[in-house]
Design a protein around this ligand. Structure first.
Ligand SMILES: N[C@@H](CCC(=O)N[C@@H](CS)C(=O)NCC(=O)O)C(=O)O
Length: 217
């Protein structure tokens, strides 16, 4: 019998880049299954995984024998190939806004707040765990303050842009999960908190949450 799951996601439950793609796959109601790449065990550096993803990063989405890397490029691929997908709006100005919000998280906040970066800062400064936490709080907190401002300036709606979830929501929700891990206070970010509540009521977001996909010990 043919495998109905045409989409195989190589991911790690706690990775926010993987979490973005899980949300997108669920929002599009696609049949997918996950394969764990255990970052703690170093599985992402093993030759068979690096053959799929030369950067040695998660996620990778395999579709029809093609290995797709980089979470935002994956989401855009899905948007372009799944009939009726609206993870990016059609109108160019609206599409720009969704990309701009997404990039402000995935390209400004996420790369400098990868654990390996923050740990390196701690090593260079000799500041230990305290330096790691201070780094995360400074750059995740500051980055989200900018996102809150961007959200306030644009179109009102239940989600980042308008009343349906987009690629920007796929980026925001994992970043909030990550922010909480580092004890960042989010209460002052009214727009962000309202969007988070709206997403929490959607099964696609709930099913993609790290606690929903964490492999049992
Ligand atoms: N820009 C990449 C970022 C991917 C990324 O940084 N993944 C992290 C987990 S969230 C990872 O694989 N880290 C492993 C490592 O740094 O060794 C994307 O959006 O896919």
């Amino acid at each position: 019998m043919d495998d109905p799951c045409q989409y195989t996601l190589f991911d790690y439950w706690r990775s926010s880049a993987s979490y973005r793609v899980r949300i997108a796959l669920n929002l599009l109601d696609l049949p997918w299954h996950g394969v764990t790449v255990d970052l703690l065990a170093g599985s992402h550096r093993q030759p068979e995984y690096v053959a799929r993803n030369p950067q040695g990063l998660v996620p990778t989405l395999t579709v029809d024998g093609i290995d797709l890397t980089q979470s935002l490029a994956i989401i855009e691929y899905l948007n372009e190939t799944v009939p009726g997908a609206r993870l990016l709006p059609i109108d160019p100005a609206a599409r720009h806004r969704v990309r701009s919000l997404s990039y402000s998280i995935a390209m400004e906040i996420h790369p400098i707040c990868n654990l390996s970066v923050a740990r390196h800062v701690a090593e260079l400064t000799g500041g230990g765990q305290e330096a790691t936490i201070a780094w995360m709080q400074r750059f995740i907190g500051g980055g989200l303050a900018n996102v809150e401002e961007m959200l306030r300036q644009g179109e009102e709606g239940a989600f980042c842009h308008g009343n349906t979830p987009s690629m920007a929501d796929c980026c925001l929700i994992p970043q909030l999960y990550n922010a909480r891990r580092w004890g960042i206070e989010l209460g002052a970010f009214n727009r962000i908190c309202a969007i988070e509540s709206a997403c929490a009521s959607i099964p696609a977001f709930v099913a993609a949450h790290p606690d929903s996909v964490r492999p049992s010990a």
